[in-house]
Design a binder for this molecule. Structure first.
Ligand SMILES: [Zn+2]
Length: 71
């Protein structure tokens, strides 16, 4: 985990229709990918062509620097 990250975004937990853990931030759904070092978790946009991602720690998230390139 990058120690410069600021975790300040609240999110809702959900799951995909395949039963994979996912989170919702604003209107975007991010699908669970992996647990990082130090127990942060990495989530990728549900849209496979989109590079937006989120790192979460406990119950707060930090958006990685790529905007969602879709509605
Ligand atoms: Zn996206």
């Amino acid at each position: 985990m990058d120690i410069d990250m600021t975790f300040n975004i609240r999110f809702l937990r959900t799951e995909t229709n395949k039963g994979t853990e996912a989170i919702v931030i604003e209107k975007f759904i991010y699908v669970f990918k992996r647990v990082n070092k130090y127990k942060s978790e990495y989530w990728r946009c549900q849209n496979k062509n989109c590079k937006a991602s989120v790192t979460t720690f406990d119950e707060l998230g930090s958006l990685n620097n790529v905007e969602n390139a879709h509605d």
